[in-house]
Design a protein around this ligand. Structure first.
Ligand code: ZN
Length: 163
């Protein structure tokens, strides 16, 4: 992955220019709104879940190139995955940002590893993670998330007991 940095820039620019799955998903079964006040990233993530499978995803909103590319790639990658699998991706992406991801996780994330470079840019991490956390909130039935809320699961270790 010697050219990861180049690839990263290329991918981010491409998805920023042509975001995939951009717009309201009319028959979504859940959605959540996520906001990152440090950067101004502001997105709504929509998902349609049928029989435990995420059959469609979309997003809309405004934000920086990193957040938009993350949302765009996430909606592409998770389509057709089970809710359980989607949660695994969310967790792995978070671990990638915290530089805690193991090799199996790296392989599983595959192309999403282009975001590795973001983990070196502390003020960009929340941009990249925002869509993922917002999706997780949607799947759990929460409709609002902020990177700076009193319910600050961004800076603590989440308490999921997965460690
Ligand atoms: Zn941002």
């Amino acid at each position: 992955m010697a050219n990861l940095r180049e690839l990263y820039q290329e991918v981010i620019l491409d998805h920023n220019r042509k975001p995939r799955n951009f717009g309201v998903l009319e028959d979504a079964t859940c959605h959540a709104h996520g906001y990152n006040p440090l950067c101004g990233d502001d997105y709504t993530i929509y998902a349609r879940v049928e029989d435990g499978v995420v059959t469609a995803l979309s997003f809309e909103g405004e934000g920086c190139a990193v957040s938009k590319a993350a949302a765009s790639m996430m909606t592409q990658r998770l389509r057709g995955k089970t809710v359980e699998e989607a949660r695994r991706y969310v967790e792995e992406f978070r671990e990638l940002m915290l530089e805690e991801l193991d090799e199996a996780g790296e392989e599983h994330l595959g192309h999403l590893m282009v975001f590795r470079g973001v983990s070196q840019l502390p003020n960009r991490i929340k941009c990249a993670v925002l869509p993922w956390h917002t999706l997780r909130a949607a799947l759990e039935g929460d409709e609002q998330v902020s990177t700076e809320g009193h319910k600050d699961e961004w800076n603590d270790q989440e308490g999921d007991g997965d460690e």
